[in-house]
Design a protein around this ligand. Structure first.
Ligand code: F0G
Length: 352
């Protein structure tokens, strides 16, 4: 039995990695594909969750970051920089410190979940809050790294990020023994939908699979430029991870949608929160709000008849629910503590 070596070693022949490069890894990837029994029942489909919140820093970003930091170190760069709504910064901070590199992150002021900020702090990143949104942060990161080329830009505009993230599609096909019929995922900066489509397309081109899924990209209604067809100047949503108005991988997302005969959808914050609670309460999988957009979009697509029954569907749930405890606990009623007494416990459970 060989322990999982991380996705670079597992898929080395499909990744742009030099033969003598030393990989920077936290053994990311190989995340579980869990059947969503309740959601399968209500949709009449065979629905699986690709639980990316079980990566080392709690999101799918680790797949891209093992590649980006390995690549940066091989090129002799000493620092990494990213713009982030939180998960990219947590991941960049962890992989950079593992590589002995400096990490700086540009985050939109007051708009990232607490857990993500805590991670970047603990891994020793230089955290720079910007008076602006993610799109402003990304533009700033691009300009800075263009002017200072010794700093590696580790956002998904870095092509090796996409290469790493495409491995999630390989894992899904390897686990199912085929490609799914439909793949739903949340879309913000649109790197991940681009990456999945590349992964599915490569397996298909090489004859590993005989089909490719229809891609369903779900955005938050207040930040849905791909749905409306134009950038959103002031994106707003409770799903801060995907609060993005001008996706960098716009073209990649449109290709994925068009080549797969897929769709973009918007989910309102209420729909996102309902799906967020549903997946936690019925499937036992705690994801962050942005991740639940994929489920919200899938349920709405099913109701509208976009999705036939009996299909095999994969929903990527991109980040761990522990990243954002504030949203989970918001509106929770105050409950008085009880005395140390079994009768009081039974009473609290309304059994007595
Ligand atoms: N889900 C989560 C939990 C995310 O953190 C992100 C992106 C997405 C979905 C969307 O993925 O951008 O590839 O379309 N988070 C980035 C960040 C922007 O900075 O952590 P995408």
């Amino acid at each position: 039995h060989t322990p999982w070596p991380g996705l670079i070693e597992a898929y080395r022949d499909r990744l742009p990695i030099g033969p003598d490069w030393q990989t920077v890894t936290l053994h990311e990837g190989n995340t579980p594909l869990i059947r969503a029994n309740h959601i399968s029942e209500i949709t009449g489909c065979d629905v699986y969750l690709k639980v990316e919140g079980l990566n080392p820093t709690g999101s799918f970003k680790d797949r891209g970051m093992t590649m980006a930091v390995t690549d940066a170190r091989a090129r002799g760069q000493q620092a990494v920089l990213c713009a982030s709504t939180g998960n990219t910064s947590a991941s960049a901070a962890a992989y950079a410190t593992r590589a002995g590199m400096t990490c700086a992150v540009l985050v939109p002021q007051g708009k990232i979940a607490m857990g993500k900020l805590a991670q970047a702090v603990m891994h020793g990143a230089k955290i720079i809050q910007v008076e602006g949104n993610f799109d402003d942060c990304l533009e700033l990161a691009r300009k800075t790294t263009a002017e200072f080329p010794t700093i590696a830009l580790v956002n998904s505009v870095n092509p090796v990020r996409i290469e790493g993230q495409k491995t999630a599609a390989f894992e899904i096909c390897d686990a199912l023994g085929k490609a799914p019929d439909v793949h739903a995922l949340p879309v913000g900066n649109a790197g991940n939908i681009t990456a999945y489509w590349r992964g599915y397309s490569e397996y298909h081109a090489d004859g590993v699979t005989t089909s490719r899924p229809r891609m369903l990209g779900v955005q938050a209604a207040g930040a849905a430029p791909l749905v409306t067809g134009e950038p959103v100047r002031d994106p707003e949503t409770i799903a801060t991870a995907i609060r993005i108005g001008s996706p960098a991988s716009w073209n990649g997302a449109v290709s994925a949608k068009e080549e797969s005969d897929g769709a973009f959808r918007a989910a309102t914050d209420d729909e996102i929160l309902a799906a967020y609670r549903l997946v936690a309460a019925t499937e036992g999988v705690f994801v962050e709000p942005a991740s639940a957009a994929s489920i919200a979009g899938l349920l709405a697509a099913r109701e509208e008849g976009w999705l036939d029954s009996g299909l095999t569907v994969v929903c990527t749930v991109t980040g761990n629910g522990l990243k954002d405890p504030d949203t989970a606990l918001r509106g929770m009623p105050h409950v008085e503590p009880i005395p140390v007494d079994p009768v009081a416990v039974a009473a609290a459970l309304e059994l007595a």
